[in-house]
Design a protein around this ligand. Sequence first.
Ligand code: TYM
Length: 326
Amino acid sequence: MARVFSGIQPSGDLHLGNYLGALRHFALDQYEYDCVFCIVDLHALTVPQDPEALARRTLEAARVHLAAGLDPSVCTLFVQSHVHEHAELSWLMECTASVGELRRMTQFKEKSTDQEFVSGALFTYPALMAADILLYASDRVPVGNDQRQHLELTRDLAERFNHRFGATFVVPAAAVPRVGARIMDLQRPTAKMSKSATSPQGTVGLLEDPASIARKIRRAVTDAEVEVRYDTEAKPGVSNLLAILGAATGEDPVELAGRYHRYGPLKADCADAVVALLEPIQARYAELAGDPAGTAAVLAEGAAKARAVAAPMLEKARQAVGLLPR
Ligand code: TYM
């Protein structure tokens, strides 16, 4: 069975973009592939974090994964730092990547611009991401559009390592959904919806109160025209609402556009669809929140399952580069 791996950072509250671009597909993939999903807490540390908030968000993120339908008896769900092989293989990947290719990463440029403090780890971040994926001999990596470049680098690093040291890693492929791979900020529809958005009005949290979600969608920035058309360049706000509605209902955004003649009804339907989509996730989350020990047990079991795959792969890579066996 082909292996799937993906990760989500617990660096802020998970939002609709994370769900439509990634998490939702995890739940579908688990019945078709051998799936490994990871809360990447080490990646979150690449930018300053409040320790208490990081710990809380890591548990919350795990709970959101379960609430979104991941079944730990079918897939593996764990926390990155619980499997030390990630940090160790990351070092070998840093030694495989060049400064030039790391410098070309657009996410590094975006995240480091105008920051007072930029950690070295923010720069080498894609090497850790490559390690995450390669440790599990992953074939397929479901991600949103913004991770494509990191996936390309992962493929390059795997190929370079295999070429230098002999066949060691599987070269993975990104699986980017056709609709929902790039959900934009509701207030600034030329920027992607993000955990670190400047205004919370542009982001829909997965655990947000339904009334607040509906309000944000009704107030989403559109444009001064009246025509409903799917055109991400000329009409980013309207196109984003069509993409969200399309992703939520399984319909094509271009076809959806033909059914609306005004923005008001589009916003109303979009709000209803998102609230209905998130309702069961929120209900399940509330149940899980009542049993924190249950989530911790799932994560402990997940880490043990993950380590059983990661440890032999790390050993293979260590020996390939000439490190003495332990
Ligand atoms: P992160 O935590 O920023 O995002 C998690 C997933 O959500 C997707 N996503 C979006 N999709 C659509 N619209 C958006 N506005 C949007 N924002 C985020 C992301 O593409 C991602 O799939 N580097 C990764 C985490 C990571 C990882 C990995 C992913 C670490 N190791 C190994 C895959 C495999 C990240 O920061 O994702």
